[in-house]
Design a protein around this ligand. Structure first.
Ligand code: CDM
Ligand code: ATP
Length: 310
């Protein structure tokens, strides 16, 4: 370790999962990524990352679907710690412990939340104190969804989805989330979009005007009517059972229903917290999902909630 000594106190950082209120996808670029306009909303399903002083890098995982998450150098939180250490010129000396609350491979960016949380936690533990813009650059190297997990609330992502600008919004939004045990691969869903000739038209450089207006007005009914995901039909083609969850949520009076990101999580917007619970109950009763959750958005991005800096 160079520079200032690491903190002897563990740091706990919390980062949210997300739903995409809009995901407008252009055709595949030369870099192997699609240009997108993504309107993200951070929701109250959280990943907690505890970073403790240690001689070397190690990682453990507990919580929701923990058995499906790698604990080696392929884990995004592990990669985040290594990237920050290399960038700041310090040793990657930390014991990371992740407590998952966001479904894995669910289209809600749980791994991205872990990466963002690990960046913030190690930055505090190692006292590298990078400016947020520099953390955001590292975040973008780790994955397209990681910069948003640093920022949270509601924001527009451009480029690969990694160039994030906060959006003006009013009010809270109450979601019922239909979860599946079996995840979907993000690359496979984008691949299906390409195979179907996706991105051939209907591309606008701006986020959908009516959706942004609904957010500014704090109008959940208007927001529900304008939810959009260009990957949705391809996620449903790969997992046709999702269509049933969408149908049941609509019958339960959801203001709008959308597959989140690359799926398979189905996000249904309720009129209130109680209505979101009723939609979740309807999905459970109909047997169209493996599990349900309710959440409110938008909530803050990765932030220290325990240990130093809390
Ligand atoms: C579907 C979304 O979750 C919507 O927010 C994101 O676009 C995906 O973000 P992510 O999981 O952080 O994705 P990355 O780890 O950056 O990329 C995984 C794979 O998804 C595809 N990918 C991702 C982002 C993007 N704009 N275009 C793509 O084609 C690429 O095949 C890439 O190899
Ligand atoms: N910390 C992590 N948590 C969960 N999965 C991870 C993590 N690190 C690496 N992975 C791998 O990444 C895959 C996708 O995980 P993740 O939960 O981030 O997907 P996702 O929510 O669909 O992502 P996105 O919405 O950003 O496309 C998992 O199947 C797993 O193998």
């Amino acid at each position: 370790m160079t520079g200032q000594a690491a903190s002897p106190v563990p740091v706990r950082v919390r980062a949210p999962g997300k739903v995409n209120l809009a995901l407008c996808v252009d055709r595949l670029g030369d870099d192997g990524y699609h240009r997108v306009i993504s309107v993200f909303q951070a929701v109250s399903l959280y990943e907690d990352v505890l970073a403790s002083p240690a001689d070397e890098l190690s990682l453990t995982v507990a919580g929701l679907q923990a058995e499906r998450v790698p604990t080696d150098a392929t884990n995004l939180a592990w990669r985040a710690a290594e990237l920050l250490a290399a960038h700041a010129g310090v040793e990657p000396a930390v014991a990371l412990h992740i407590v998952k609350g966001v479904p894995t491979a669910g289209g809600m960016a749980g791994g991205s939340a872990d990466a963002a949380a690990a960046l913030v936690a190690c930055d505090a533990l190692w006292r590298t104190n990078l400016p947020r813009e520099e953390l955001a650059e590292l975040a973008a190297e780790l994955g397209s969804d990681v910069p948003f997990a640093l920022v949270g609330h509601t924001a527009v992502g451009t480029g690969r989805g990694h160039e994030v600008t906060a959006a003006m919004t009013l009010g809270e939004y109450h979601w019922a989330l239909g979860l599946r045990d079996e995840g979907l691969s993000t690359a496979a869903v984008y691949g299906a979009f390409d195979d179907a000739g996706g991105g051939a038209g209907d591309w606008d450089d701006e986020p959908p005007t009516d959706l942004m207006q609904a957010l500014r007005a704090g109008d959940p009914a208007a927001l529900g009517a304008t939810l959009r995901n260009d990957l949705e039909e391809h996620a449903i083609a790969l997992n046709p059972a999702l269509a049933e969850a969408v149908r049941v949520a609509r019958l339960a009076g959801a203001l709008g229903v959308v597959v989140s990101g690359s799926g398979p999580t189905v996000a249904a917007l309720g009129r209130s917290a109680q209505h979101a619970l009723a939609i979740a109950a309807a999905m459970t009763a109909a047997g169209v999902v493996d599990d349900v959750a309710t959440a409110v958005g938008g909530v803050p991005g990765a932030r220290v909630v325990g240990g130093i800096g809390a």
